[in-house]
Design a protein. Structure first.
Length: 336
């Protein structure tokens, strides 16, 4: 309402007749970007990643109501991807997972424990997102635009992680969604893609998440996050040329002139950044990265583990575990 008022000169002048007319015609009077964060009303956006936590298996489903939801546990994980096509669209060519995912086993108390943990962490996150003091400028003035953009960004994170879990059959879609999620996470956490795709950082964040999740809920919440870190490690195996050359590191062009040596962790993080940049087409020379991009394409086989896309889920858990970090970054010292 406050944001819309800033851009509605008639309302600012005290004339509300056009708003009343909109209401009489059945239209929402205040409708600024509501279609971009409607998940807050029914909760589907914020429960989706929990229900898809065991992808490609399903352990629960939800019946959504206005301002509430009922979650039904299935008692055990069931396959979410039947082997045969179930609709005609499945006949279109696509690349899926090359390996099977082991069927997880969950104890009787795990569903309730996972739901309790998830809702408690959502409550802490919403405590940040509903605090107007976070969305101010340096003078302490509340900025509704800053607040709205934070709400939109968080809901976008949850919806796109849920989409990653949903499109298990389509490796290309999962990868593109991952790049979008990594960009979204940079806005929420301040960590750039080459940091988020560092195996060392991913392991640190997984350890922090693991310490926060109670043992009863871990069998549901942690397998996908662990698979993501394993996939990031396996991505290093694609650096085939270093094995041919008998080297631990790879040699690539340095900024300016000469060469530099990159360890596998750094090289893979930079390689994933190359793939993210390629969503606009391969061959970008932005930022003078052309020679580095070409070298990384030469060094890596291009075989990307299917579960690498689950990095988005890992870092979503990390956001839930560290609401104070979210608050600090969203406030940004009062910067708009």
């Amino acid at each position: 309402m406050l944001l819309q008022a800033e851009h509605d000169p008639r309302a600012r002048a005290g004339d509300t007749e056009h708003l009343r007319a909109a209401i009489r015609s059945g239209e929402l009077a205040f409708n600024a970007s509501t279609g971009l964060y409607d998940g807050i009303l029914v909760g589907d956006a914020f429960l989706g990643p929990l229900l898809g936590a065991l992808t490609p298996y399903i352990w629960a489903f939800a019946a959504h109501r206005a301002l509430g939801a009922i979650v039904y546990s299935l008692g055990r994980p069931l396959s979410g991807t039947p082997g045969r096509p179930t609709e005609l669209l499945h006949l279109l060519p696509s690349q899926g997972a090359r390996d099977t995912t082991a069927l997880p086993v969950i104890p009787p108390g795990a569903p309730a424990a996972a739901l309790d943990w998830w809702t408690a962490r959502l409550n802490a996150m919403f405590g940040v997102l509903t605090d107007p003091a976070i969305f101010t400028d340096r003078a302490g003035t509340y900025l509704p635009g800053k607040h709205l953009q934070a709400l939109l960004t968080v809901e976008q994170l949850f919806r796109r992680v849920s989409s990653i879990q949903t499109v298990h059959r389509d490796a290309n879609a999962r990868r593109v969604l991952l790049f979008s999620v990594l960009d979204t996470l940079e806005r929420l956490t301040g960590r750039a893609i080459h940091v988020l795709c560092s195996l060392r950082i991913a392991r640190q964040r997984l350890e922090a998440v693991t310490d926060s999740v109670p043992s009863g809920a871990a069998t549901i919440l942690l397998p996908a996050a662990t698979r993501a870190v394993d996939a990031l490690r396996d991505t290093q195996d694609g650096l085939f040329l270093r094995r041919h050359l008998g080297s631990d590191d790879i040699e690539v062009p340095a900024p300016g002139e000469g060469t530099q040596m990159l360890d596998p962790d750094t090289a893979v993080a930079e390689y994933i950044k190359v793939l993210r940049n390629a969503t606009h087409g391969h061959g970008s020379t932005k930022g003078g990265r052309g020679p580095l991009t070409t070298a990384l394409l030469a060094h890596h086989s291009g075989n990307i583990p299917h579960d690498l896309a689950l990095l988005g889920y890992l870092y979503l858990l990390d956001v839930l575990v560290h609401p104070q970090e979210l608050a600090q970054h969203l406030h940004g010292g009062g910067k708009s």
